[in-house]
Write a protein that binds this ligand. Structure first.
Ligand SMILES: Cc1cc2nc3c(=O)[nH]c(=O)nc-3n(C[C@H](O)[C@H](O)[C@H](O)COP(=O)(O)OP(=O)(O)OC[C@H]3O[C@@H](n4cnc5c(N)ncnc54)[C@H](O)[C@@H]3O)c2cc1C
Length: 367
């Protein structure tokens, strides 16, 4: 699929930045579970944190396809950094742009675009909370054990049930530094060690009408908007992971000599690489297609689910095959393929599971 000139330039710029700057600290951050704060700041200066934000609010107003190629290049080197960027854009700035009042846009979008604040999001399915209503305010108690970007202690979009029906929910925006929210870093994940994942505890958190994003009881629309955009960006993360693992497998395979020849001359290894390359090409076409449908304001929802499902599958399969091409060394921490393998597993739970995606695709196909 042909990219326009702006996208190609962005892709080149991000590839250079990822290979020359991000790569340097990937292994260290994976071990220390540190936050890639310096790189996030530099990516903000390149417009990537403000990709969904209009220019008059300090954003870069990039098309979705521009953000997709950027995230793909970042994930090719560091999936944690790519996931921070994806969550910030799809789960924080974009829903505020779509549903926020003028005051909310003015308050939250400029600091999010400049990287002064990194946003996060707590899903209703993951929240383990109780909500009580007093007139027009809601009090929340409980926790959410998995929140991406929580480590940045930035603003949060929290979607909570506000009616008798499970479908009735309201989205709220909560300011950074709210004393009723306690954050604890989560370091015991399988992968995405540097994505600032944290557990949030809500202690009598009071949400007022001023904090509502969109309308009271209108949270489902906010949730679906954010989730569908995140599916496209998750497909881009998957693409980057699959490509990064394949690059490493080819490099290693050319250097590894067995029976007097590089292992890339053996048919079975060649077949693996051919299938990895084919899956990546197909996933890339589906992902770019979903992004272009989004940019054309077409009905992109099914395309987003298809891209996320297929690209996610291809990331998991490609990282598995890459480990195999490394043989015993694939099992060791000395090479980056084990990190790609661990990071790829998150795709199966990030914003939707494959079961959710397949159900969604079936519903939009069968009717
Ligand atoms: C690294 C990471 C980052 C995350 N970031 C965030 C975040 O920023 N914010 C946030 O709120 N949450 C976040 N989450 C939580 C994530 O969104 C959930 O883990 C995910 O949605 C799955 O929900 P669950 O864990 O409750 O699984 P469950 O819903 O308990 O599902 C368990 C299994 O059962 C299957 N299943 C469930 N229901 C059905 C059904 N009806 N039919 C068929 N199969 C079904 C699922 O596919 C899955 O395989 C994160 C999780 C991880 C691991």
């Amino acid at each position: 699929m042909k990219l326009n000139q702006e996208c190609t330039m962005l892709q080149t710029e991000l590839r250079k930045f990822a290979q020359q700057v991000i790569l340097d600290k990937v292994a260290e951050l994976d071990t220390s579970c540190g936050l890639p704060s310096d790189n996030i700041q530099r990516l903000a200066e390149m417009g990537i944190l403000g990709a969904s934000v209009p220019e008059d609010m300090d954003g870069a107003a990039l098309e979705c396809i521009g953000l997709v190629v950027s995230i793909e290049e970042i994930a090719r080197v560091c999936s944690s950094t790519a996931t921070i960027i994806a969550a910030h854009n799809a789960l924080f700035t974009y829903p505020i742009l779509k549903y926020g009042s003028d005051a909310q846009k003015k308050k939250y979008l400029p600091p999010a675009a400049t990287g002064e604040q990194v946003g996060s999001w707590a899903l209703p399915e993951t929240n383990e909370i109780t909500v009580s209503k007093q007139n027009d305010t809601f009090t929340v108690n409980g926790r959410n054990p998995f929140v991406l970007n929580a480590g940045f202690n930035g603003p949060l979009i929290l979607v909570v049930p506000t009616g008798d029906q499970p479908e009735t929910m309201t989205a709220f925006v909560v300011d950074p530094g709210n004393k009723q929210i306690e954050m604890k870093n989560t370091h015991n994940t399988l992968g995405l060690k540097a994505a600032g994942i944290g557990a949030l505890t809500f202690n009598d958190l009071v949400l007022t009408p001023r904090d509502v994003l969109g309308t009271v009881d209108g949270g489902r629309a906010v949730l679906e908007t954010a989730r569908d955009y995140m599916k496209i960006l998750t497909a881009a993360i998957s693409l980057g992971i699959a490509q990064g693992a394949t690059d490493e497998a080819i490099k290693y395979g050319k250097e590894r000599i067995q029976f007097g020849q590089p292992i890339t001359t053996f048919g079975m290894v060649r077949e693996k690489i051919a299938l990895m390359a084919t899956n990546i090409e197909a996933a890339r076409n589906l992902t770019y297609e979903a992004a272009q449908q989004f940019d054309a304001a077409a009905d992109y929802h099914k395309a987003a689910a298809v891209a996320k499902y297929y690209a996610g599958r291809s990331a998991i399969d490609s990282t598995n095959e890459a480990i195999q091409i490394f043989g015993g060394y694939g099992y060791m921490k000395d090479y980056p393929v084990e990190r790609y393998f661990r990071d790829a597993q998150v795709i199966n739970v990030l914003c939707s599971t494959p079961a959710d995606d397949k159900e969604f695709i079936a519903k939009h196909t069968i009717g």
